[in-house]
Design a protein around this ligand. Structure first.
Ligand code: NAD
Length: 296
């Protein structure tokens, strides 16, 4: 079992940290928010007075923070304070460029580093069933894998520095575009008098089949566990989908990729968020798809 420092105890980091304690690790944790620190203490972590204090004696450091600027700021603070040879893992979803800068910072100080963003949401964080998409050297990934297994069920090595973040934003862009396509399919079916169940029964076993349809159907009925059956409570909030889409657009600009559907999906989720739906599940965009429809 390892001495682990965990920084960022929010909706995801809190339950992930609790799972590390449950697995028997000695956890020292820090968050800017007192309520999150209190919860981590109740879950069995030792609370440090600052990020820098949390890494004293740590063999592994894990960060779970909102965005690239937070990760770079915390890594800049803690890396000079940590023991040489420590492994540092960032599980936040951040832009690829910041992830690469973070790896460079770690390498300068002789630390092994991994970018390891997750999918699976807060349910996956609580249940230790997250998927981790990892970027970094083989040696760093091999060192990170056992501890990530205490918080997730699928750990994938995607490549070198930043490859985990790249995989995450590509996947979520595919998801956003396919969700909008599924919503448009149901909106058209409604106009044509075709029942939700009939479209589902056909498309889910035909070439229109995709995860957004078969696991996360945006209309109530065909998939009982989908947020559509629960008033579009997340699930995966539209604000987080917009964040990931913007990261994919930034990466497209920086790398010269052309993503017209990704760009359009970003615009549609921006409109949906600006209308006050940031906390709604991202499949709730079907309401906007319907309302934008031309009247016959
Ligand atoms: P959150 O806002 O609930 O938690 C972030 C935490 O970081 C907060 O508690 C905040 O106080 C803390 N923090 C910020 N700056 C800090 C600093 N300098 N020092 C210490 N603590 C600091 O966010 P979340 O939902 O836990 O998401 C975390 C990351 O995981 C994000 O990058 C998000 O995009 C990603 N993610 C979230 C989900 C989800 O369903 N919530 C799913 C997949 C990925």
């Amino acid at each position: 079992m390892a001495n682990i420092a965990f920084i960022g105890l929010g909706n995801m980091g809190g339950p992930m940290a609790a799972n590390l304690v449950k697995a028997g690790h000695k956890l020292t944790a820090f968050d800017l928010v007192a309520a999150s620190r209190d919860q981590a203490k109740a879950d069995g972590a030792t609370i440090a007075e600052s990020s820098v204090a949390s890494v004293k004696g740590a063999e592994i450091i894990i960060t779970m923070l909102p965005a690239g600027k937070h990760v770079l700021s915390v890594w800049n603070e803690v890396i000079p304070a940590m023991t040489k040879g420590t492994l540092i893992i960032d599980c936040s979803t951040i832009d690829v460029e910041s992830a690469k800068q973070a790896h460079e910072l770690a390498a300068k100080h002789g630390a092994l580093s991994v970018d390891a963003p997750v999918s699976g949401g807060t349910g996956g964080a609580k249940g230790a069933t997250l998927t981790f998409m990892c970027g970094g050297e083989d040696k760093a990934f091999a060192a990170a894998k056992p501890v990530l297994e205490n918080m997730g069920k699928k750990i994938v090595h995607c490549g070198g520095a930043g490859a985990g973040q790249a995989a995450k934003i590509c996947n979520n862009m595919i998801l956003a575009v396919s969700m909008i396509a599924v919503c448009e399919g149901f909106a058209l079916a409604e106009k044509l008098g075709l029942s939700h169940q009939a479209l589902f029964d056909v498309a889910s076993t035909s070439s229109g089949q995709c995860w957004a349809l078969t696991s996360y159907c945006p209309v109530p009925g065909p998939v009982p566990t989908s947020p559509a059956n629960n008033d579009y409570k997340p699930g995966f909030a539209a604000a987080l989908m917009l964040k990931d889409l913007k990261l994919s657009q930034d990466a497209a600009k920086a790398s010269g990729a052309s993503l017209p559907l990704g760009a359009f999906a970003t615009d549609l989720y921006e409109i949906f968020n600006n209308a006050g739906n940031g906390a709604v599940d991202f499949s709730g965009i079907i309401q906007q798809v319907r309302s934008l429809g031309a009247q016959p």
